[in-house]
Design a protein around this ligand. Structure first.
Ligand code: FDA
Length: 397
């Protein structure tokens, strides 16, 4: 039986980073992954440029049934720590939008960096290699694999979430957690486009390709959340950052509410324009919204786009403003695991130690990264959680 200080299952973002840090701190580490290709999610992330962190990451940008859990790890390993690692490897990066940092040359550079860090830590990697089972053994755990058994006092589960099954996502982490008595917060697709029934969407299908900044709201009570982001109309529904962000908070059966002219009072602006504008209603509305959206909206409400502004009734302008600024839509679902960037839910953090990510039920068993019930917003936060939870765990191996 081959013996290690720690066996990590899952060589994605969290697993690679944790293995490297633990190895460099002196632990004898085995890293196992069943996928033939290494770290595919890093490779495809951020459109191939990997939005590897967000400069402004704080616990406020994470969802969890136990919202304070992520604080400790995020505070101890910050975006600056990961930036310093990139700088040591001479990897260039740039900020795109609201603190989102991307690699100049592409995500492959991050994978190369993590691999080099693993090598520096003497990490042994078995890949592709399936894990058949994990059980308690003498002095810790025995892991049964395609390449034979291995044993260690500590096992780290870094097998990620359920999104994009075709590149290797499995429910292994959840099954293992349950096997050892852990509760799972029901996993659900997050950061995912929302879909609508064909007849609900028919009037808007002509808007496919249009993008604009909106306020979007969903959820009720304490879950009520609002984002100011770009919305993209597609043939099947809504996408773009606004919808991806709100999808993490949305629950089936709930509406989403969209303000297509955030920060303005459209009805008041249009009513004020009646006294000074000689434009037609359609053209006046297009001063505030893309022309295509203005035309579609007026047709949908049965308003005459060619009517001269002074003739338009105030109550029609009030109804127009309300429908554009409190547009309520009932999604019939989401594009699901096939398109979700992340999984919300996962191993219940109330049963994990926030300093070490170790199970409170099974000493020596750790869960890190996306398999845990901590989910970041769009914008580099999910990788920051992977790095930070990996670092917290590595210090305990
Ligand atoms: P990750 O999924 O990276 O790794 C899990 C590993 O476990 C995989 O290598 C898998 O093969 C392995 N595994 C699974 N089951 C196994 C089993 N049974 N046995 C052995 N191994 C097993 N985030 C962000 O912050 N910025 C971004 O730009 C993006 N972009 C992005 C784009 C797309 C298309 C997706 C799908 C996701 C993103 N993300 C993102 C999210 C980000 O990729 C994700 O949160 C992290 O990769 C999670 O890191 P983990 O290491 O936890 O899981």
């Amino acid at each position: 039986m081959l013996r290690y200080d720690a066996i990590l299952i899952g060589a994605g973002a969290a697993g690679l980073h944790c293995a490297a840090m633990a190895g460099q701190a002196g632990a004898r580490v085995l890293l196992i992954d069943h996928a033939p290709k290494l770290a595919e999610k890093i490779r495809i992330s951020g459109g191939g440029r990997c939005n590897f962190t967000n400069r402004d990451a704080t616990p406020a940008q994470f969802l969890s049934e136990n919202p304070h859990f992520c604080r400790s790890a995020l505070a101890r390993y910050t975006p600056q720590d990961f930036i310093a690692l990139l700088q040591r490897h001479g990897i260039g990066f740039h900020e795109k939008h609201r603190g989102q940092l991307f690699c100049d040359e592409g995500s492959e550079r991050i994978i190369e960096m993590l691999l080099a860090e693993c090598e520096a830590g003497g990490v042994e990697r078995w890949q592709p290699c399936a894990v058949r089972g994990v059980r308690r053994g003498e002095g810790g755990f025995e892991v049964e694999t395609d390449r034979g058994p291995a044993a260690a006092p500590r096992v780290v589960v870094a097998t990620g979430g359920l999104s994009i099954p075709k590149i290797g996502a499995t429910d292994f982490g959840y099954r293992l957690a349950r096997q050892f008595g852990h509760r799972i917060v029901e996993p659900r697709p997050a950061l995912v486009p929302l879909t609508f029934a064909a007849d609900t969407w028919a009037p808007f299908a002509a808007l496919a390709g249009l993008s604009l900044e909106v306020h979007i709201d969903a959820g009720s009570g304490k879950r009520r959340t609002r984002f100011l982001e770009d919305l993209l109309f597609t043939h099947r529904g809504l996408s773009g950052p606004a919808v991806l962000q709100i999808s993490s908070y949305w629950r089936p059966g709930e509406p989403v509410t969209i303000d297509l002219a955030p920060g303005r009072d459209l009805a008041a602006l249009l009513k004020a324009a009646k006294t000074r504008s000689k434009r037609q209603l359609g053209n006046e509305l297009a001063q505030h919204l893309p022309q295509r959206l203005a035309d579609t909206w007026l047709a949908r409400l049965g308003l005459d786009a060619t009517q001269a502004m002074p003739q338009v009734r105030d109550r029609d302008l009030d109804a127009l403003g309300a429908s554009l600024q409190a547009w309520q839509l009932l999604p019939d679902g989401s594009e699901g695991w096939r398109k979700a960037e992340v999984t919300a839910g996962g191993v219940d953090t109330r049963e994990l130690n926030q300093q070490t990510l170790e199970s409170r039920l099974q000493p020596g068993l750790h869960f890190i990264g996306e398999v845990v019930d901590v989910t970041g917003w769009l914008g580099g936060y999910n990788f920051q959680w992977a790095w930070a939870s990996a670092a917290a765990c590595a210090a305990a191996l």
